[in-house]
Design a protein around this ligand. Structure first.
Ligand code: HEM
Length: 215
């Protein structure tokens, strides 16, 4: 049988393609949207990571999810610096979650509270993605909107505490392979991972509606 890290990657491959090729992502990466769309997207990320990282604290001693909680992954401080740059010092006052974002954050919070295995699915979907395709998004954002390289505006994509992302991803996959879960629970985690991708895609869809190219 395949290792769990292979299983979860293979099982979510189709959803990954769907997220990657969503209209909003394609337009954003194609340089066809203004910085306002990028800022709105970054605001949505704030709600997602607020749910992931507030939930993380109570999971540090959990036998299943605990090993995954690594402070060097935390994105909330970087997101807050980016938002201060993008929206100004009063960024918090204008912050609002799209309904799709609220649904996503609620699901993450629910898993963090009731189901450590489900939390892992959300953790994997976000952080491993940020360490991978996130680097492509950063490069595009720097070029399209003129942010300083790895500076304010794109700090979310810069993991200061992870100098070697490839090595980190390898050790993360080892954590997945060693997860304390039986086969049935692993299947449930995979299913939740697909759900996590679908929740992301729903946010992209809503952003695409807010920023149609023809506008
Ligand atoms: C345009 C947007 C995206 C691009 C260009 C992109 C690109 C990539 C690339 C190149 C990899 C492979 C890295 C490797 O093999 O080490 C990857 C992996 C990954 N991406 Fe994305 N991605 C995008 C969007 C997303 C989104 C929206 C999510 C989910 C929220 C996501 C989640 C993941 C995950 C979980 C992995 C790790 C797969 C694994 O090795 O287990 N990606 N991405």
């Amino acid at each position: 049988m395949d290792s769990f890290s292979t299983l979860i990657r293979t099982a979510s491959h189709e959803q990954h393609m769907e997220a990657e090729t969503s209209t909003f992502m394609s337009d954003l990466l194609g340089g066809r949207l203004g910085v306002d769309a990028y800022a709105r997207y970054t605001e949505q990320l704030w709600f997602m990571y607020e749910a992931l990282e507030t939930g993380a604290e109570r999971l540090t001693s959990d036998p299943v999810a605990g090993p995954f909680i690594r402070p060097e992954l935390f994105r909330l401080p970087a997101l807050e610096r980016d938002l201060a740059h993008l929206r100004g010092p009063h960024w918090r006052a204008g912050l609002s979650a799209l309904p799709a974002t609220r649904a996503y954050a609620n699901r993450v919070r629910q898993c963090a509270r009731d189901w450590p295995g489900g939390y892992i699915a959300h953790h994997y979907t976000r952080y491993l993605g940020d360490l991978s395709g996130g680097q492509i998004i950063r490069d595009k954002a720097e070029k399209t909107w003129g942010f300083a390289k790895k500076g304010d505006g794109v700090r979310f994509y810069v993991f200061e505490g992870i100098p070697n992302p490839a090595a980190f991803k390898r050790s993360y996959r080892e954590l997945l392979d060693a997860v304390h879960a039986d086969d049935l629970e692993k299947q449930r985690i995979v299913t939740e991972c697909k759900k996590a991708f679908a929740l992301n895609t729903a946010v992209f869809r809503a952003l695409g509606e807010e920023f149609p190219l023809s506008a």
